[in-house]
Structures are given as structure tokens and as C-alpha cells.
Design a protein around this ligand. Structure first.
Ligand code: NAG
Length: 251
């Protein structure tokens, strides 16, 4: 079995969502995916009991630090999962995101052994596969702001530059998270306008794997958000976001 087959959810989920400009700090639902290849379970089965136990434990494990990883039950009914909150989100907001996300995920993937759900503030996923420490290259989606910048060449380069710098910062800290800003120059700005960015990995990854994951999604900038005022590539192992307005809580 190749390592590619070991990733959580094999189906390639790439979604193009058009979102209008917004500076809201709302915790919106973004996307979900149910795994077809991992199969299904029946109601009241041991798998369902383990899944509910795991999701319950993640919702109290994750909020204090913003990350929780765990398993419940024994093979063949063992379920693995994680919950990750955005690096700037408070424990209280983290908790409310996860406690909203877990029943929503159960509702959207009622009988799937594997699934994932994303909100602005958190990610929750579960799987039969022991994915801990492995990069999931397959499940990801794009979001972008419909507004075009006036100088895409200069803007794209500055976006890549900021996200690459943040990627190095994230890989150097235990939290595997970094947020920051740059002044925009050239056609994109006179140094008065700013570009804001965020990158984050799940904390089951090593620093090296985090870098590899972020390099991969930053490489998708031309596909996701060429010349767009804002964009994101969001997966189950890492994600980035950039905007021309501040969107993270200062910390
Ligand atoms: C941005 O550019 C694309 C491609 O040229 C175009 O189709 C789209 O309408 C533009 N968006 C806006 C909001 O003007």
C-alpha cells in the first residue's frame, strides 16, 4: 500500500467557493467531506459508540491548547481523530466551534467511518486509518475573494513571499502556527496597504512534515487565488489564508 493510500479520505475534494469580501470574525461553516473508501457503520454499532466517545473527548481535549488527537476502541472498530482550532482562537471560541462542528459532522456524514468538517475557527476529522503524523494531500478546498487586485504579478509575488516567511515561522514553533503582515509595494500598494496572512499545521506533524505540507499548498497559489484579494487553501493537515484586511485576533 503506498503512503498515498494511507491518507484519511481518498476522494479528492477540491471546491471552488466564491466568497465576497468580509471582515467579519464569524465562525462560519466552510466545508465538509465524508469518506467513501473507508466504508460505513450501522447505528448503535461498536464503531458508532467509539466515534461518539472520541468526538466527545476531542471537544474537551482540544480547547485548552487548540489541538486534540485521540483514538477510541479496538480494531476493527477503532476510530482515530483530531480537532484543531485556528491558532488565534480563544479556548472558549475553540470549544464552541468544536461542539458545533461535531454534531454537524455526524449529521452530514451520518454513517461514514471517515469524515472531516471545517469552520473558520476549527477542523474536526475522524478516520479508521491511523493518520497521525501523515500529511493528507488529497482532501482540500480553495476559497477566494472574487475581487481582483490591480497588479496581479506584484501582488502574487508578495503573497507567496509572506506565506513562505510565515511557513518558516510556523515550522519553528511547537504550535505550528504563524500569522503576520507585510506592507504592499509596487502596483499592489505604496507601503500603506497591507497584506495579512496565516499558516497552520495539525500538531501531529513534525516540523519537517509541516513545512512539506505548507510548501505543497503554497505551491497551489496560482490555482486557487491568482490575482485575488484574498484566498485560502485548506486541508486536513495544513492550511493558509491571506487577505488585504486583518482577520486574526492580535495576540
Ligand atoms: C476578476 O477577473 C476575472 C478574470 O478576468 C473576471 O472573470 C471576474 O469577473 C473579475 N472579478 C471582478 C469582481 O471583477
Amino acid at each position: 500500500m503506498s503512503s498515498k493510500n494511507l491518507v484519511l479520505l481518498h476522494c479528492m475534494a477540491v471546491l471552488l467557493l466564491v466568497r465576497s469580501v468580509s471582515s467579519s470574525q464569524d465562525n462560519a461553516f466552510l466545508f465538509h467531506v465524508c469518506s467513501d473508501i473507508e466504508g460505513t457503520f450501522t447505528t448503535k454499532s461498536p464503531y458508532e459508540t467509539n466515534l461518539n466517545m472520541l468526538l466527545g473527548s476531542l471537544s474537551y481535549k482540544a480547547p485548552p491548547t487548540g489541538f486534540g488527537l485521540g483514538s477510541a476502541g479496538q480494531s476493527p472498530d477503532k476510530v482515530n481523530g483530531l480537532a484543531l482550532c485556528r491558532g488565534d482562537v480563544s479556548p472558549a471560541d475553540c470549544r464552541s466551534c468544536i461542539t458545533a462542528a461535531t454534531p454537524e459532522l455526524r449529521k452530514r456524514c451520518p454513517n461514514n467511518k471517515g469524515g472531516a468538517i471545517w469552520y473558520d475557527f476549527c477542523l474536526v476529522k475522524h478516520s479508521t486509518i491511523n493518520f497521525f503524523g501523515k500529511i493528507d494531500y488529497d482532501n482540500k478546498f480553495y476559497l477566494y475573494n472574487v475581487n481582483n487586485v490591480t497588479d496581479p504579478t506584484s501582488f502574487n509575488a508578495q503573497t507567496k513571499n509572506l506565506l513562505s516567511r510565515l511557513s518558516k515561522e510556523a515550522a519553528a514553533v511547537k504550535k505550528l502556527y504563524a500569522a503576520g503582515e507585510d506592507n504592499l509595494y509596487g502596483g499592489a500598494g505604496s507601503g500603506k496597504k497591507k497584506l495579512y496572512g496565516l499558516v497552520q499545521c495539525t500538531r501531529d506533524l513534525t516540523s519537517e512534515a509541516c513545512t512539506a505540507c505548507l510548501d505543497g499548498i503554497i505551491g497551489e497559489l496560482p490555482n486557487c487565488c491568482d490575482g485575488k484579494e484574498g484566498g485560502r487553501v485548506v486541508g486536513t493537515s495544513c492550511n493558509f489564508r491571506y487577505e488585504i484586511y486583518p482577520f486574526v485576533s492580535s495576540s
